[in-house]
Design a protein around this ligand. Structure first.
Ligand code: GAL
Length: 397
């Protein structure tokens, strides 16, 4: 099923017609994927004609690879289901995303799907959407406003837990004598996901730090000390180079570096490759399965990535949107009635948009990808293909 879905979507995308608009100009849109800016479907499938409802899909940027896939999958899923779509990419600029969403509301969208650049930066448009009775699905990143109708994401704490457990097992912390030296790089403080990723990982490793089996020579373990503005590779690179120069230039061995996602891992891996003089392989984690990072994993420079099948996240989002627009109550019954061939949990406790205000959430399950299993986990389901050079390439652009 997943392979078929991915291949169908890949084929559809090559046919989708999009209007150029605002959004990122600096990034080449994915092959066959939606362009940056607004894509008002030019050829709406004939279901309901002018009655076809319109869905606004607001993605944060195209400069972080995964959002190109999310935007493309969502656009194709909703079009194939007969909806009109407006898709924007806001170049990681919160004010631009506010404007993009305001434009969607002024065009009369019936539902909004938003991956927020800043979970605390959308109150005006979220309140406007609430006042207009437009439901909002907070997509992948929670929006800290009670007008978020639902949240669809992966279990973000588990993403981090998988990364922490990978480092624990790779260093054999339960049996080896140690001590081991490691560092941490977390995500964007404006992204509500980032602390969940970091806490999931740190909660696994903290007992070993407390016991002295793991040492952090930089002493930087607080989230704010290891966070990376807008998940930028260069920001992660700069900090990693400073840490290596300050704490490892005396020959101190570096055993592991926990990175919350692939764009930050790219920076850390570059710093370790260029500036770490130890001869050992450093255990380095990531998240998203970005193509460049999959190359690094195959080449042994990065150890793993946590993969989140955004094709499945789009399927959940579509079925949830249908239920909302059809006036049905969306809860755990959506999962049991869905026929999805992947795991998803309905969670009404873990996420709050304001203190005490729980946001009902649909949480998918992330997966660990390494050099040993990447073809089984990524190629077999059809998410990626093996290129002529033997490295993986995305199938959906
Ligand atoms: C997070 C997202 C991750 C990570 C990051 C960069 O919110 O869940 O997949 O890659 O943003 O886009």
């Amino acid at each position: 099923m997943k392979k078929t879905l991915a291949l169908i979507l890949a084929a559809c995308m090559s046919l989708s017609l999009v209007a150029c608009g605002g959004g990122d100009k600096s990034n080449t849109p994915p092959a066959g994927g939606s362009n940056a800016g607004t894509s008002q479907s030019a050829n709406q499938p004939s279901t309901g004609g002018s009655e076809a409802k319109t869905v606004g899909i607001a993605m944060p940027t195209q400069s972080l690879e995964r959002w190109n896939r999310d935007g493309a999958y969502l656009d194709e899923q909703f079009k194939a289901a007969g909806y009109k779509t407006i898709v924007t990419y806001s170049d990681n600029k919160n004010e631009q995303q506010v404007n993009d969403i305001q434009n969607m509301l002024s065009q009369g969208v019936d539902l909004l799907i938003i991956a927020a650049i800043d979970g605390n930066g959308l109150n005006t448009v979220m309140n406007d959407a609430g006042a207009a009775g437009v439901p909002v699905i907070a997509y992948d990143r929670l929006i800290m406003n009670d007008n978020s109708s639902y949240y669809v994401s992966f279990d973000n704490y588990t993403v981090g837990k998988l990364q922490g457990e990978f480092v624990r097992d790779a260093l054999d912390l339960d049996n080896a004598a140690g001590p081991f030296n490691m560092e941490f790089t977390a995500g964007d403080p404006a992204d509500n996901n980032a602390p969940f990723f970091y806490n999931g990982a740190f909660d696994v490793l903290k007992p070993y730090i407390d016991s002295g089996k793991v040492i952090v020579p930089s002493g930087q373990t607080a989230f704010d000390a290891v966070a990376t503005d807008q998940w930028q590779t260069d920001v992660a690179l700069d900090r990693a180079q400073n840490v290596l120069a300050s704490f490892y230039s005396d020959g101190t061995k570096l055993d592991a570096w926990l990175c919350s996602n692939d764009s930050t891992s790219m920076g850390v891996t570059q710093a370790v490759t260029q500036d770490y003089a130890g001869g050992n392989t450093v255990v380095i984690t990531g998240q998203d399965g970005d193509v460049a990072n999959l190359r690094n994993i195959k080449d042994g420079k990065q150890s793993m990535t946590v993969y989140k099948a955004v094709a499945n996240e789009a399927v959940v989002t579509l079925d949830l949107a249908k239920a909302i627009l059809d006036g049905k109550t969306a809860d755990a019954s959506l999962i049991s009635a869905s026929g999805w061939d992947f795991e998803c949990a309905y969670d009404t406790e873990s996420y709050e948009t304001t203190p005490g205000h729980k946001c009902p959430s649909f949480l998918l399950v992330p997966d660990v990808v390494t050099a040993d299993n990447m073809e089984e986990k990524l190629v077999t389901p059809g998410y990626y293909k093996v290129g002529a050079d033997g490295y993986l390439e995305a199938t959906n652009g």
